[in-house]
Design a protein around this ligand. Structure first.
Ligand SMILES: Nc1ncnc2c1ncn2[C@@H]1O[C@H](COP(=O)(O)OP(=O)(O)OP(=O)(O)O)[C@@H](O)[C@H]1O
Ligand SMILES: [Mg+2]
Length: 229
């Protein structure tokens, strides 16, 4: 018997428009409806300009739709006030971007800890968990390295540890391997599968890597602001 899948994120009738001139609006997302299930690794693929990053940012509450709704565990996220929304985002969602966006002045360990300190924890209390996560991503011997003292793949793995520090249910990644060579990107992708297996986290990943997309549970294809099957 197939176990019932639990919807964790539901996007309904999402539209995103930009007013590019007085007379012209650009429709970037056109009535998007999509459900994401708990524990799945889903990829979003499609040509450049299709609206993948826009959709990911709206799902992650980093951006607002022109119309439509996103619910997370049944809760409508855009009806939260801005403080509540910031708190929600910080504790429930982890982000990994194409470029790691680590703070250059801080070590790998500090970069991971800072993400937890933003949600009110002390450096001392988060340090053990940060070390454990960094070991898990294979960087137990690189704790004191600053981003410039890490390889691209290592920096991206620090960014993944950082995304996981607050134990978010969902991790959103926008081309996490877009900037890496084949070996490093394979490592990052294997890590994502290991983490899913271990923690049953949900991953939504925008990628141009077809091989990776084929390995995931589901591929959502986008073209011209729409989801195509
Ligand atoms: N602030 C903005 N104002 C106007 N148009 C925008 C803005 N941000 C994005 N767009 C347009 O929205 C469309 C979708 O952009 P988006 O970044 O979502 O594409 P994408 O699918 O992620 O592409 P890529 O694979 O190149 O990253 C693009 O045509 C882009 O030019
Ligand atoms: Mg993009």
């Amino acid at each position: 018997m197939e176990t019932e899948k639990k919807v964790i994120i539901k996007a309904s009738n999402l539209n995103k428009e930009y007013q590019v001139s007085k007379t012209e609006t650009l429709k970037v997302l056109k009535n998007i409806n999509v459900e994401i299930y708990e524990g799945e690794v889903a990829t979003i693929v499609g040509p450049s300009g299709a609206g993948k990053s826009t959709l990911l940012h709206i799902i992650g509450t980093l951006d607002k739709p022109t119309s439509g709704e996103v619910t997370f565990d049944g809760e409508s996220v855009f009806s939260l006030g801005s403080n509540e929304l910031a708190r929600f985002r910080n504790t429930r969602i982890g982000f990994v971007f194409q470029f790691h966006h680590l703070l250059p002045e801080f070590s790998a360990l500090e970069n991971v800890c800072i993400a937890a300190m933003i949600s009110g924890q002390s450096m001392k209390s988060v340090e053990p968990k940060a070390k454990e996560l960094l070991s898990e991503v294979g960087l137990g011997s690189r704790l004191d390295h600053k981003p410039s003292e890490l390889s691209g793949g290592e920096a991206q793995r620090v960014a993944i540890a950082r995304a996981l520090i607050n134990s978010p249910k969902v991790i959103l990644a926008d081309e996490p391997t877009g900037n890496l060579d084949t070996k490093n990107s394979d490592e990052v992708l294997n890590l994502i599968f290991d983490l899913r297996k271990k923690y049953n986290r949900t991953f939504i990943i925008v990628t141009h890597n077809e091989k990776f997309a084929e390995m995931t549970d589901r591929t959502i294809k986008m073209t011209d602001g729409m989801i195509v099957q």
